[in-house]
Ligand binder design. Structure first.
Ligand code: GDD
Ligand code: MN
Length: 366
């Protein structure tokens, strides 16, 4: 078998019922083209990887990367694309909402050297997203408008997960891409910058063939993180933005818990405020830990005993952070006597410290 011209990367999570149909349709649509399909499955509990491997056992054009202990659409796409040796790589969903008949035209554009990336779009003449529910359609259009405002991209459908590009261009920018979230195309376009020539082809976003969408609120929040990161020119890691967001929520939680504790504890109690403050600190640390586990480090989420261990570590590091914060702030206050500057510097320093320790030790990459 000659080496393929085109790798089609298909991220999957719980798509067992779709993979055979997708391969069948690719076979029809890509007749005469040397292609391979790389399924990147995040250890789906429904046996998607097994289904792909059963096909792969009989069809050498199909292979499966099974990732364990990780979750995320963008990260899966990046790993699949990185594993390609073909000159051109495409990304498409497994659920058949993306029109595979567009692939030959995309490839043609790239081969003729007219573009470095060809994106499928639902938002120009000839495209449509009619199969979206009303609410999902609104979210998608809102996100599109926000993106155009904030990051400035020529893509008419930056939310699309359907595109093809030159592999050499991808390899160049891959180290700078974020594995978080759903928006791989936007990240690629924004990271590559104006030097990447982009073309668009309209398509009709179809109905899901089998199974259900993995889109949820968290993915929406992650998307905001990606926008912010791109706005700051990648100065700020989206993960840190979430960490800071969780910390801000933690402050509100702390104050609410403090108020409640003061209300419940008897007024004549010795050390009433001190006890209330300790309770509030503990409640806020717990809420911060849980939110970070669900949001900031979702791709490395701790479970069971690991969660307990992580929580203890998190509290230890946070306590050191608080002490250092007070020290730095007091020192600055004595030296410059500007309460706002001193207080903010202390808070920022402890946030950075907590973030570094959390990333290195609590939710360390496996
Ligand atoms: N490996 C892996 N890991 N794959 C995932 C994950 C994950 O955590 N989450 C979702 N996928 C896969 C799905 O199995 C599917 O093949 C594809 O990514 C798209 O997921 P859907 O759950 O079908 O997304 P959607 O249809 O709601 O969203 C579509 O429209 C968006 C535009 O609004 C997708 O095309 C998105 O890419 C697109 O941004
Ligand atoms: Mn879908």
């Amino acid at each position: 078998m000659p080496a393929p011209d085109l790798s089609i990367v298909v991220p999957t999570f719980k798509e067992r019922g779709n993979v055979a149909e997708l391969v069948r349709r690719l076979d029809v649509a890509l007749a005469g083209i040397g292609w391979e399909a790389i399924f990147v499955d995040d250890n789906s509990p429904d046996g998607t990887a097994e289904a792909v491997k059963a096909i792969a056992a009989a069809d050498p054009r199909v292979r499966c990367i099974r990732r364990v202990g990780r979750r995320g659409l963008a990260g899966a796409c990046i790993e699949g694309m990185l594993s390609s040796a073909a000159p051109f790589v495409a990304v498409m969903d497994a659920d058949l909402q993306h029109d595979e008949r567009l692939l030959p035209a995309m490839l043609d554009r790239l081969k003729r050297g007219e573009a470095d990336l060809v994106a499928g779009t639902r938002y120009v003449e000839g495209g449509s997203s009619a199969s979206f529910s009303a609410s999902r359609g609104t979210i998608s259009r809102l996100a599109t408008r926000l993106t155009h405002r904030l990051v400035g991209t020529e893509l008419s459908d930056p939310m699309s997960g359907f595109f093809m590009m030159r592999r050499d261009r991808f390899d160049l920018i891959a180290p700078r891409l974020s594995p978080v979230g759903f928006k791989i195309l936007l990240d690629i376009a924004a990271t590559a910058g104006p030097s990447m020539r982009i073309a668009e082809l309209p398509y009709e976003f179809g109905e899901r063939f089998d199974g259900e969408s993995k889109f949820n609120v968290q993915i929406g929040v992650e998307f905001l993180g990606l926008l912010l990161a791109k706005m700051t020119g990648d100065l700020v890691d989206p993960r840190f933005i979430f960490f800071a967001l969780v910390g801000t929520i933690g402050l509100v939680v702390h104050l609410a818990a403090l108020r409640t504790a003061l209300f419940i504890l008897p007024d004549d109690m010795a050390d009433q405020f001190r006890v209330a403050q300790v309770i509030a600190t503990f409640v806020a640390m717990t809420s911060n830990f849980l939110l970070n586990n669900e949001l900031t480090y979702r791709d490395r989420r701790l479970k069971g005993f690991g969660m307990l261990r992580g929580f203890v570590l998190f509290c230890l590091f946070a306590s050191v952070g608080v002490l250092a914060n007070i020290d730095l702030a007091s020192w600055l206050y004595v030296a410059r006597s500007r309460w706002l500057v001193a207080g903010a510097a202390g808070a920022i320093m402890s946030a950075l410290w907590n973030y570094a320790m959390s990333t290195l030790f609590v939710w360390r990459a496996r």
